[in-house]
Design a protein around this ligand. Structure first.
Ligand code: AHM
Ligand code: MG
Length: 300
């Protein structure tokens, strides 16, 4: 059975990149254990003004410590940190973006949440997604799953607790054209273009699937196809989800699986980020559906 390390080596990944991905991947066991004692919200707000959960801060502090001590990352941007962190001890040029725990409002409901990571080679963290060297996410469901792309397609692995390694689950993942959609934002605040998109889905026999965890909702796209969306609204025209920590890494993975990501008008992977906590409206999923959405936007 193929394990994560061998897969990354077989792709020609340099040893430092293999080590970095494996190092973070191994932290998932530690993070999973921390859920039991960290079930509630903190009183603190993150840089996007959202209430943090205990696990947001726990996972953030843990990963910053591990990554900082590794000497494998020069620059780190986290969804939970106001500023970019620089590590002078780094022997590499890797620049990393992370959402330490996405979907954390669902922790107290025991629905699936996960960690999202993107890795650039040099050039800082404010780069378009098309320049990513690698991206991966983990998902805490019945299995701890890791989905990774190093620019050579998408593979998923599952944590084998007994043997302490990640075993290949699915290889060469290709996103089908499905008929399901999820959308965030309050209906009363949707913009007219988004209303037209949703009308199109409803009139075309699409099912609704939305858990409130971006990483989990995107993960199901790899099996069932369809799309996830969080649009711009009258209140937040630039949407809710963060370009660096959510849109770019997941967009990279879904694109590598043959899907697409758009803000309605342009490929999100081509956007040059201007600031760390920038948000973007987004639609992510099956290629044909994204093309239809862009058609609806351009004719609006
Ligand atoms: P988080 O990183 O703090 O979890 O915030 C992002 C989350 C996404 O995981 C999810 O899709 C979205 O926010 C849900 O928002 P809403 O509750 O507005 O539907
Ligand atoms: Mg998030």
């Amino acid at each position: 059975m193929l394990i994560l390390r061998r897969y990354l080596e077989s792709c020609g990944c340099e040893p430092d990149l293999v080590e970095l991905i494996r190092l973070i991947a191994r932290q998932m066991e530690t993070i999973r254990k921390a859920f039991l004692e960290n079930q509630t919200f903190e009183r603190t707000l993150n840089p996007s003004g959202e209430l943090q959960t205990q696990m947001d801060t726990w996972a953030d502090e843990h990963l910053i410590k591990v990554v900082g001590n590794s000497g494998l990352v020069r620059e780190l941007a986290s969804e939970e940190q106001p500023d970019i962190i620089r590590f002078d001890n780094s022997r590499t040029d890797y620049c990393m973006v992370m959402d330490p725990l996405d979907g954390s409002s669902l922790i107290s409901t025991n629905l699936a949440v996960g960690t999202i990571v993107g890795i650039y080679e040099g050039g800082g963290v404010l780069q378009p997604g098309s320049k990513l060297r690698a991206a991966f996410y983990t998902l805490f469901g019945p299995l701890t799953v890791l989905v990774v792309s190093v620019g050579k397609g998408v593979q998923s692995f599952a944590w084998d607790q007994e043997n302490e390694h990640y075993l290949l689950l699915r290889t060469g993942i290709s996103i089908p054209e499905g008929k399901q959609y999820g959308t965030g934002g309050l209906r009363m605040e949707w913009l007219p273009e988004h209303v037209r998109v949703i009308d199109y889905f409803d009139q075309s026999g699409f099912k609704v699937r939305y858990s409130g965890s971006f990483v989990a909702d995107c993960h199901q796209l790899l099996t069932y196809g369809g799309i996830y969306s969080y649009p711009g609204t009258t209140k937040n025209p630039e949407g809710k989800l963060r370009l660096l920590f959510e849109a770019i890494p997941l967009g990279f993975i879904i694109t590598q699986a043959g899907g697409r990501i758009t803000d309605g008008k342009r490929n999100i992977l081509e956007i040059v980020p201007e600031k760390q906590h920038q948000t973007t409206p987004l639609y992510i999923g099956s290629k044909g559906i994204i093309e239809k959405i862009e058609e609806i936007y351009s004719s609006s």
